[in-house]
Design a binder for this molecule. Structure first.
Ligand code: V0D
Length: 259
């Protein structure tokens, strides 16, 4: 967790007791924000456009919200771009979606590189078409030395699938004598997930008025604050992210204890 002073100056915490902690009204900025970007198809249909027009408009919102997250000092932004269930959509729509990483690379990534953003992925890239994987790999590669905001795309991601993979990896480790079953604790499970080196999300945003997790980051969201917006994702602006973070900063997180 990082702390933001009331004057909005974000500062890093070295070892010493930071000034912010001594200020009575200092409040936390979420370190990791995750977003379920829902409502792209509905946005297009409401305008008499094909659903895919909504996906393209949604990509513009990705760029704006990424810049806004960076401006706030958020460290990790995880975006649910394509779920393991999305393969059931019409073939044409899936094909269109699979072309978006390349389009993103060409149209949006330059600005993000200038902003020191690092692209990463959670999910199973194996099942993606070769051209999609190539574009994603390229986005990861050209930003791999960047040290700023981590823009983490969940692509062919499913929370249960992620847990199944983790269980399988741990079972294999037991079988091979690399781990004692009694040594399998929460940390061991967390280490077997895609997010092994990322903090859990502090804040989850879902747009479009739906109040479900839809198989997103099931393990990681255990203590996450949830924030729902009726706005459709292509209409989501930097001010909407600010509003969600403002709200988050007012909440009192107890993690099950009473403090
Ligand atoms: C559609 C709204 C960026 C939600 C945003 C393949 C759904 C636009 C990417 C992207 C999608 C992913 C990886 C990467 C670079 C860009 C993306 C998909 C869908 C599914 F390295 N937007 N975006 N990927 N949408």
């Amino acid at each position: 967790m990082r702390w933001q002073r009331e004057d909005n100056q974000v500062q890093d915490l070295p070892g010493a007791v930071p000034e912010a902690l001594e200020r009575p009204k200092a409040t936390a900025v979420p370190e990791h924000v995750a977003i379920i970007m829902d409502g792209n198809g509905r946005w297009a249909e409401a305008r008499g456009l094909p659903r895919v027009a909504g996906h393209r408009a949604g990509m513009k919102a990705v760029r704006e919200v990424t810049v806004a997250a960076d401006d706030l000092g958020i460290r990790v932004l995880t975006l649910y771009a394509f779920s393991t269930e999305n393969w059931k959509r019409p073939r044409d729509e899936v094909d269109f979606l699979m072309a978006l990483p390349q389009e993103f690379l060409l149209t949006e990534l330059k600005e993000l590189i200038d902003k020191n953003v690092r692209v990463r992925l959670i999910g199973d890239p194996e099942a993606l078409p070769a051209h999609t994987r190539k574009a994603v790999d390229e986005a990861i590669r050209v930003t791999s030395e960047n040290t700023g905001l981590i823009l983490n795309f969940a692509l062919n991601y499913g929370g249960r699938m992620e847990l199944v993979r983790a269980v399988r990896a741990l079972a294999e480790a037991v079988r091979d004598g690399r781990i004692d079953p009694a040594a399998i604790d929460e940390q061991a499970v967390a280490n077997a997930l895609y997010t092994r080196d990322l903090p859990d999300p502090d804040l989850l945003i879902r747009t479009s008025g739906e109040l479900r997790l839809s198989n997103f980051m099931l393990w990681q969201l255990a203590y996450t604050e949830l924030w729902f917006s009726d706005k459709l994702w292509p209409d989501f602006r930097r001010e909407d992210l600010f509003a969600a973070v403002e709200d988050f900063r007012r909440r009192d997180r107890r993690y099950g204890g009473l403090r």
